[in-house]
Design a protein around this ligand. Structure first.
Ligand SMILES: Cc1ncc(COP(=O)(O)O)c(C=O)c1O
Length: 440
């Protein structure tokens, strides 16, 4: 495949639009991915050898520690009980202790009864937060605004659609350090804002917000009286420096949690996406109101799951192993893709946001020719009225497999997307197709 180079497009800094909640399938990235790729029978190409590799989903492939199953078994009497929506004392206590240790918080800052809420994951937490925080639009008045980065995790947009809010995005490109800049938005938009989300480390780019940027956003939220949701679900996956939390910044600012909600889960940290276990920490008023929304429409976190979650928040050994795995995979990405693509190793998370010129074309080619499934960046982005979508040039690769399979996948990507640049290298190396057949 030839790489397609687009001329530089002037970035639309913001987009403003409504998403029809009955047309969620039109923007849902994985529905779009299926429509793009499933017309090609999986793994029929000689390279795929009947065993496709899926790098499109941010789902850790290592297993959580064995004690998870033991804790669940020990607490199995809890399966017959409805869990208290707020979370058990033990679970909330372990979450509080983990926050204090990880972010050096004073013990007095977080009261687990008032400032914490157990949720199945950050996804459910964010969704119920949007349904709670975004007010009903008043007849004849402009709708409330939900601010989000562009590109972003699709659940923010879906939640805005469900709540009937106007979606306003702030572009996150290389020029902006892959983070949105909400401070430069017009005052009219900020005045209508009810909810804003900052994801750090960000998905898809893995960018980490500085303490200054976090503080600036907290002050902006208080000035315009909106809620800022810090999506920190990738906080434990980082390369060198642990990413700061909004809670750390709030501690430095005196410990008041007003206008701030912070989201964590065990999905990425503990490779336990299927456990469905996380929490929200923050503003007492909103924690209480979101709890009510969960009581009305949520499932709660089952008691045996909370027992396992309690233990996971207390253990760091397995998290260190997970971090080391992702670091190895990023080193491989640098080594294998670095010579032919502008690889930028992210500060956090396990996804590589790779500029390939045309992400949709690359995703189609990789699947058709090699059975490698990746997510086109455009499917995570919002397209502005001028046609600009900051994800267009990119594919997102979730580097979640063991290094051996990751190396095979990355070599295949390089060989398929940049065959010319690879040709010389190949002469001195073992034929990559042999490697693929062997490893799959
Ligand atoms: C940015 C971001 N936020 C939230 C989530 C939801 O994760 P969970 O609900 O498993 O915590 C994901 C999952 O991929 C994500 O990428």
């Amino acid at each position: 495949m030839t790489r397609i180079h687009q001329p530089e497009v002037t970035a639309a800094v913001i987009t403003q639009h409504f998403v029809d909640r009955q047309k969620l399938q039109e923007f849902h990235p994985f529905t779009r991915l299926r429509a793009l790729l499933d017309k090609y029978p999986a793994g029929q190409s000689p390279l795929a050898n009947g065993k496709p590799i899926n790098l499109s989903i941010g789902e850790p492939q290592t297993q959580p520690p064995a004690f998870v199953a033991e804790e669940i078994a020990k607490a199995s009497a809890g399966w017959s009980r409805y869990p208290l929506s707020k979370g058990s004392e033990d679970y909330l206590g372990a979450s509080k202790k983990w926050l204090e240790k990880r972010y050096h918080l004073p013990e007095t800052m977080i009261d687990s009864a008032r400032h914490l809420l157990a949720v199945p994951g950050t996804r459910e937490g964010l969704f119920f937060t949007a349904l709670t925080v975004l007010p009903m639009a008043e007849p004849g008045k402009p709708a409330p605004v939900f601010l989000m980065p562009n590109p972003c995790y699709h659940v923010y947009t879906g939640a805005a659609a469900a709540a009937g809010a106007e979606v306003v995005t702030s572009v996150a490109t290389k020029a902006s350090g892959y983070l949105p800049d909400y401070t430069s938005l017009p005052a009219e938009i900020l005045a209508r804002t009810a909810l804003c989300v900052l994801c750090s480390p960000s998905n898809p780019e893995g960018a980490v917000a500085s303490p200054e940027k976090i503080k600036e956003l907290i002050l902006l939220a208080r000035k315009y009286d909106f809620v800022v949701a810090f999506d920190e679900c990738y906080a434990e996956i980082y390369s060198e420096t642990p990413p700061p939390s909004a809670l750390e910044i709030l501690a430095e600012m005196g410990g008041d949690l007003s206008n701030v909600l912070v989201f964590h889960s065990l999905s990425k940290r503990s490779s336990a996406a299927g456990l469905r276990c996380g929490f929200i920490a923050g503003d007492e008023k909103w924690i209480s109101m979101i709890n009510t929304t969960c009581q009305v429409g949520g499932a709660g976190v089952p008691l045996p799951v909370q027992a396992a979650g309690t233990r996971l928040w207390q253990d760091e050994e397995h998290v260190e192993k997970n971090r080391a795995l992702y670091q190895k995979n990023f080193s491989l990405a640098q080594k294998i893709l670095g010579p032919v693509f502008p690889v930028e190793i992210p500060s956090g998370g396990f996804c590589l946001w790779l500029d390939v010129g045309n992400g949709v074309a690359a995703a189609e080619t990789l699947w058709r020719e090699a059975g490698i499934r990746v997510l086109p960046g455009a499917f995570m982005g919002h397209r502005g009225e001028n046609g600009f979508n900051p994800g267009d040039r990119y594919i997102r690769l979730a580097l979640v497999y063991d290094p051996e399979l990751t190396a095979v996948a990355l070599e295949t990507i390089r060989n398929v997307l940049a065959p010319d640049q690879t040709a010389t290298k190949e002469k001195t190396e073992k034929a990559p197709t042999d490697k693929i057949a062997g490893a799959l």
